[in-house]
Write a protein that binds this ligand. Structure first.
Ligand SMILES: N[C@@H](CCC(=O)N[C@@H](CS)C(=O)NCC(=O)O)C(=O)O
Length: 244
């Protein structure tokens, strides 16, 4: 039976596309995979149908028969266990990969996401009102990048020679450092790793989801505006729902 991925062209969405493409690259026969684009700007994530698969009302969601999985990192682990490969290694390496996967979910995603939101999506908010979160998330984002920089010293990927779920989860946020304005240029190992991961054909295909080829690395001004407008809707308190 075909799996369905409900997603959008965002860092959390791209992780899953990259994972599937890396599995295919390893020669693994991934069952038929249908991608359904969710329009976040129009609030499709709040529909009854979406909520019945993910009470948290956020992309991505993977639907595999009777099983619905929310949270991008849980989806990477799910796919890693369903299709055993070096992407979720065994033995000690498994724990190395999983702890960095959880590190991404608990730290990199929320911090880079919040920094991005205050930097790009709250342009109408006066600077005095956002100075503290900008400083807080900016400093913490840079601290996290420096942690990753130390981890990558002398190695190509987070777990050593081979790419794993940890790289796949962390990469889409780190590559967007200009968009979130967390300046990583002094993190030499991270910068080299961003280029190394980007050069992989599966990553190219994963990032192509929902994006014209010529905009994978450099968005058009129009797309930046559209993304900022859509981000502003999500970032506004009006869009925050307390009822599910
Ligand atoms: N921790 C979640 C975060 C998911 C998330 O925040 N998704 C965003 C897009 S990147 C979303 O669906 N936002 C819609 C909203 O907040 O209404 C994950 O890793 O899957």
């Amino acid at each position: 039976m075909a799996m369905e991925l409900w997603t959008a062209a965002t860092p959390n969405g791209w992780k899953v596309n990259i994972m599937v493409e890396e599995l295919i690259e390893l020669g693994i026969e991934v069952s038929e995979f249908k991608v359904r684009s969710i329009n976040l700007q129009n609030g499709e994530q709040f529909s009854e149908e979406f909520t019945s698969h993910n009470l948290n009302q956020k992309i991505p969601v993977l639907i595999d028969g009777e099983t619905s999985v929310m949270e991008s990192c849980a989806i990477l682990q799910y796919l890693g266990e369903k299709y055993p490969s070096t992407l979720l290694p065994s033995g000690n390496k498994r724990w190395e990969a999983l702890q960095w996967l959880y590190w991404q979910a608990a730290n990199v995603g929320p911090i880079f996401g919040n920094k991005l939101s205050y930097t790009r999506y709250m342009e109408d908010v006066p600077i005095e009102a956002k100075a503290h979160p900008l400083e807080r998330f900016g400093k913490e984002g840079l601290r996290l990048a420096n942690v990753l920089d130390r981890k990558l010293e002398g190695r190509d990927y987070i777990c050593g020679e081979k790419i794993s779920v940890a790289d796949i989860a962390i990469y889409p946020w780190m590559r967007g450092w200009k968009w979130s304005k967390i300046i990583l240029v002094d993190c030499k190992n991270v910068m080299a790793w961003i280029d190394r991961v980007r050069a992989r054909p599966a990553v190219e295909r994963g990032l192509s989801y929902g994006m014209p080829k010529d905009e994978i690395d450099q968005w058009s001004e129009e797309r930046k505006k559209e993304t900022a407008a859509s981000g502003a809707i999500i970032a506004s308190n009006e869009a925050l729902k307390t009822d599910v």
